[in-house]
Design a protein around this ligand. Structure first.
Ligand SMILES: C[S@@+](CC[C@H](N)C(=O)[O-])C[C@H]1O[C@@H](n2cnc3c(N)ncnc32)[C@H](O)[C@@H]1O
Length: 270
C-alpha cells in the first residue's frame, strides 16, 4: 500500500506539541529532517491532521506526498558488503553472507547496537596489530569487547583462552551471539578489568583514552611477562597522556598507528 507523507515546514521551528499531535493521529513514523522540517508517515491522507498541525503553528507550510512503499530491510541487506581487514581477515556483516575472499579468515557480525563492525579505524587497527605479533597469543583478554569481534578474531587465529568483558550488558549479549555464529566459544563476562584475576599474553583495550589511563595499573597486572597490550580508541590529542600512563607501568611502546584522528598503540612488558 502506498504511504501518505505529510511534509511539514515551520520557519520558526517545530515544537514537540506537533510531534504529540502527529502521534495521536496515528503516524507510523516521523523523520526529523531538521528542526524546521519534518516528514510524518500515515496510511492515508487526512485533512484533520493538517488542520491540527496548523492550529498548533499557523505559520506551518504543509504538503501531502504519496510514496511507494520501500522494503527498508531488503534495501539494507543489499547494501551490506564484506569488508577485508588487514592481511588475514574479512568481516561479513550478516551471518548468512558467503565469504567472497576464501583465503581470508571470516568474522561474522550479528545485528545489535554494540560498537565493533570493523569499519571503524580503532577496531580494524587492533586486528592489524594482532596480525603483527610474532606468534599467536595463547591467551587473550578483550577489555571492552563491544560486539566481541576482536575475541572471535583471536580465537580464529588460534588463541584458546579468550576472555571478553564489557560494562554494557547489550554488548555482552551481542558478543555471546558473535561467539555462537563464529563457533568461537570465548568467555564473556559483564564488568571490567578490575574483576579479573588472571594474566594474558595479549590484551585488547579499545576503550576511551581516559578509561585506558585509569585502568592502566589494573591492565598491567593482567599482562604476562613478555605480553602485549593493544590499546586503541585514543584521540590523537590524548595520545601523550596514555603513553605516559603506560610508561609509568613499565610498558615499552612497539608500534603506533593513526588515521589522523585516533591512535592505536602496541606495547610489551619490558
Ligand atoms: C570502542 S568500543 C570497542 C569495541 C570492540 N572491542 C572493538 O574494538 O570494536 C568500547 C567498548 O568498551 C566498553 N567499555 C567502556 N568502558 C569500559 C570499562 N571500564 N570496562 C569494560 N568495558 C568498557 C564499552 O561499553 C564499549 O562496548
Amino acid at each position: 500500500m502506498a504511504q501518505s507523507v505529510l511534509c511539514i515546514s515551520c520557519p520558526n521551528g517545530i515544537s514537540e506539541a506537533i510531534g504529540e499531535a502527529l502521534r495521536q493521529a496515528g503516524t507510523t513514523g516521523i523523520w526529523e529532517v531538521s528542526q524546521r522540517e519534518w516528514r510524518a508517515f500515515f496510511n492515508g491522507e487526512d485533512g484533520e491532521i493538517a488542520a491540527a498541525v496548523l492550529r498548533l503553528n499557523p505559520e506551518a507550510v504543509l504538503r501531502w506526498e504519496t510514496h511507494e512503499p520501500v522494503d527498508w530491510v531488503a534495501r539494507y541487506q543489499a547494501s551490506l558488503r564484506a569488508l577485508p581487514v588487514g592481511r588475514r581477515f574479512v568481516i561479513l556483516p550478516s551471518p548468512d553472507m558467503e565469504n567472497p575472499w576464501p583465503g581470508r579468515i571470516p568474522l561474522q557480525l550479528v545485528p545489535g547496537m554494540a560498537f565493533g563492525t570493523g569499519e571503524h579505524f580503532t577496531t580494524a587497527s587492533c586486528l592489524r596489530a594482532l596480525e603483527t605479533l610474532p606468534q599467536v597469543p595463547p591467551s587473550v583478554f578483550d577489555l571492552g569487547c563491544g560486539t566481541g569481534i576482536l575475541s572471535a578474531a583471536a580465537w580464529k587465529l588460534g588463541a584458546r583462552r579468550v576472555l571478553a568483558c564489557d560494562v554494557d550488558p547489550e554488548a555482552c549479549a551481542v558478543s555471546r551471539e558473535t561467539a555462537r555464529v563464529n563457533a568461537t566459544p570465548f568467555e564473556i563476562v559483564e564488568g571490567s578489568a578490575d574483576g579479573v584475576d588472571e594474566r594474558f599474553s595479549c590484551i585488547f583495550a579499545n576503550i576511551l583514552a581516559q578509561t585506558l589511563v585509569e585502568l592502566m595499573p589494573v591492565i598491567r597486572k593482567c599482562m604476562l611477562t613478555g605480553g602485549a597490550l593493544i590499546g586503541s580508541g585514543i584521540l590523537v590529542e590524548l595520545g601523550e597522556e596514555v603513553l605516559n600512563a603506560a610508561s609509568l607501568q613499565g610498558l615499552r611502546l612497539i608500534q603506533r598507528r593513526t588515521d589522523g584522528e585516533w591512535w592505536t598503540f602496541l606495547w610489551r612488558t619490558s
